[in-house]
Design a protein around this ligand. Structure first.
Ligand SMILES: [Zn+2]
Ligand SMILES: [Zn+2]
Length: 273
């Protein structure tokens, strides 16, 4: 418990930077499944998203923590109605943050206004560890950040559980996006319950039929349960979005303003059953 407290007290920005250094270094040292050019330029573009997020988050996180603490102090939420041991409550809270993120993520794919922001994450044609940073900050704050506040209001989950959820989430994010070779057995063991890199890679496949699948971040069981789980072999994968393939559309400034630009979504080319 004390150790967990100490870990969660570390500035999350240091943890995220540490994870990037570890995974990005491994990508340079080990054999990668995909070969991409201009890794440093790509890294630089994606880091610009994280810098923007850190600046905007200074204000938002303070507000978010204040709101969730207020809800908890007033014992608002369903979890206050049942008696549970500390660890049980913590596990359920993390799972609730994750399942809410699953549904919000699904909504970002089906509601055109939300897709305009979310497609920034999908635009990356050469996915690696730094793709973890490639999210439009407005999406992370106004869609997923507010989503966490709604989870807290409905279920009574607290800031401690949210901090633990984010820690686990970022470890999974780096694991899922890194351009590293992972053993096949991961998919048939760990992959029954947790999201594996190969499963998240399907989500980054260019064809919309596959893009609209495997929405989960931590527990793949949400996709299995709600009928959105799909498989695809590594050999058939092509990352990104057709409408963002041009080099200038991979740049930070273009991507930041892209939600406000009308860009037609390319239609699914091979609907499979
Ligand atoms: Zn997505
Ligand atoms: Zn992703």
């Amino acid at each position: 418990m004390d150790i967990l407290n100490q870990i969660l007290n570390i500035n999350p920005n240091y943890i995220v930077i540490g994870l990037l250094v570890i995974f990005f270094s491994l990508e340079q040292i080990l054999k990668s499944p995909f070969r991409f050019k201009n890794r440093i330029e790509h890294l630089f573009q994606n880091i610009l998203f994280q810098i923007t997020l850190i600046i905007l988050n200074i204000f938002f996180v303070t507000f978010q923590v204040y709101c969730i603490d207020w809800l908890n102090n007033n014992e608002i939420g369903l979890l206050y109605l049942i008696e549970l041991p500390f660890w049980g409550k913590l596990f359920i809270a993390v799972a609730l943050y994750d399942v809410t993120a699953y549904w919000i993520h699904r909504a970002t794919h089906s509601i055109p206004l939300l897709w305009r922001f979310h497609r920034v994450h999908h635009s990356d044609t050469s996915m690696d560890s730094s793709t973890v940073f490639r999210f439009h900050p407005i999406e992370l704050i106004l869609v997923f950040g507010v989503g966490n506040m709604i989870t807290a209001a409905i279920f009574g989950t607290d800031v401690f559980a949210m901090a633990l959820y984010y820690l686990i989430l970022y470890i999974f994010f780096f694991f899922e996006h890194s351009n590293l070779n992972y053993p096949d057995w991961l998919n048939t063991t760990v992959g029954f319950v947790f999201v594996t890199p190969d499963q998240h890679r399907v989500h980054h496949q260019q064809d919309q039929y596959y893009t609209d699948s495997n929405y989960a971040d931590i527990f793949i069981i949400w996709d299995r349960l709600f009928g959105t789980f799909k498989k695809l072999s590594l050999k058939e994968m092509k990352y990104g979005l057709k409408e963002f393939e041009e080099e200038r559309k991979q740049q930070f400034l273009f991507l930041m303003k892209s939600p406000f630009v009308k860009i037609k979504r390319s239609v699914s080319s091979q609907k499979k059953t």
